[in-house]
Ligand binder design. Sequence first.
Ligand code: SAH
Ligand code: SF4
Length: 435
Amino acid sequence: MATASFDTARRGDGAVSAAQPPAIEKTPEIRSEALETTGPTSLVGLTREALKGRLAAIGVPEREQRMRAGQLWHWINVRGAASFDEMTNVSKVLKNQLAGIHTLDRPEVVNEQVSRDGTRKWLIRMPPTGKHDHNRGAEIECVYIPANDRGTLCVSSQVGCTLTCSFCHTGTQRLVRNLSCQEIVSQLVVARDRLGDWPGKTPPKGAFVPVDGSRFVSNIVFMGMGEPLYNVDNVIDAVGVMSDHEGLGLSRRRITVSTSGVVPQFERLGLEANAMLAISLHAVRDDLRNELVPLNRKYPIRDLLQACRDYPGVSNARRITFEYVMLKGVNDSDAEARELVRLLKGIPAKINLIPFNPWPGSKYECSDWERIERFSEIVFNAGYASPVRTPRGRDILAACGQLKSETEKLRARARLMLEEGIGAEGVFAAGHDDD
Ligand code: SAH
Ligand code: SF4
C-alpha cells in the first residue's frame, strides 16, 4: 500500500514533474511478516531459525528441533526436494505432522523466456498476500545469464521500487512491497529447478551446461527489481541462506548487492551479510546525480564515497563495483570520465559501464558506441578494467532497469519495443565476482 506522499511524488511514465519533485526516500511500510497468507505455507527459502520456529509450532520438542531442522534444510537446499515423500531419513510421524500445514511449493513460474544466447527470464508469481496485492500474488522477474566461467542470477528484492531514478523503468511500477527472505531465496530455488541443477536432475534441452562441472548458478546479483537496502533485513537473511555451506552453498564473494546509495545501511550489509557491494553512481556531480538518482539529495556523492571507503572488508581483493549508465549527451563526456577516476582515487574499485536500456516513454538515449569506447578508454588508462556490459538476452527484454512485472503492461511494452525494434541491452555477466 502506497502512502499519499509516495503517490503524489511518483512521476508518470518517464516524465519528472517540475511541480512535484520525485520522492527521494520512503521506507516501505509493508513488512513481509505482516503479509497475510492462508492455507499451507511453504518451507522453501526459510532461514534455519525460521525452520526451527515452524517445527516448534507443530510441537516438535526443543531438544529435537535443531536436528530435525538440519534434516529438512538438507533436503530443501542440497537436494532440492519438492515433496516430503522424498525425505527418506525423516520420520513418517514428522512428515505427517508437516503435511497439510506446510508444503515445499515454489512460487509459480508464469512465463519463461529463453534467449538465443542462453539468457533465461522468468516471470514469477508469489503466493497471494491478501489485500496488499488484491489477492492475486505479486509478480517479479528474475534473469539467468550463463557465461563460460560463471552463471549469474539477477534477483529482485522488492516488487517495484519506491525510488524514482529517472532512467529506470522499475521505478515507475505501482505495486511496491518488500519481498520476504523466503521470496528472495525462492528465486534461486526456481532457477535451479528450471535448470535441472539438483543432484540427479538433468538440465532442460538446450540449456547451457557449465563445462567444468561447476554450478549453473555461481553468482548472484541483486540487480533485479527494487532497492535491496530498503529491505536490508530480508536481504541479509537471504544472503545467509544462499551462502550456507551445508545448503545452497554460494560464496559470499560471488553475491553482489547493488544499491542506489542508501548510505546508512552499508555497515550492516558489510558486517552482517559480508556481501560484495555495487554502487549505482551514474554521475560525477551532485546536480546531475540529484536528477538521475534522486536519493542523492539525501546522500550526496561525498557521503556516498566516504561510506564506500568505510565499507567493512573493502580491499583490493574485495573491490566495490561502480555502475555507470551511459546516457547520450548527459553524463558521457571525456571530462566526466576523468572526473570519475579522480573521485574514485583511493577506493578499491571496479567500474562497470552500462549501455542505457531504453524503454517506451524514457527520455534518454544510449550513448553512441564510439563515445562509450572513448569513455572506457579513459577509465582503462587510469588503471581500471572497465568492462562494458555485453548485451545479453536482447531478444527477450531481459535488461537492467527494464524489469517491470505488471503482466499486462509488460506484455504491451514488450510488444511495442519489439515492434519498434528497440533491443534490450545490458544485463551482463562479467565483473561481479572476485576476478
Ligand atoms: N536498486 C538497485 C538495484 C536494482 S537496479 C540500484 O539502483 O542499484 C540494477 C542496476 O540497473 C542499477 O545499476 C541501475 O542503475 C541500472 N539500471 C536501471 N535502469 C537502467 C536502464 N534503463 N538502463 C541501464 N541500466 C539501468
Ligand atoms: Fe529503484 Fe534501482 Fe531503479 Fe533507482 S535504479 S528506481 S533504485 S531499481
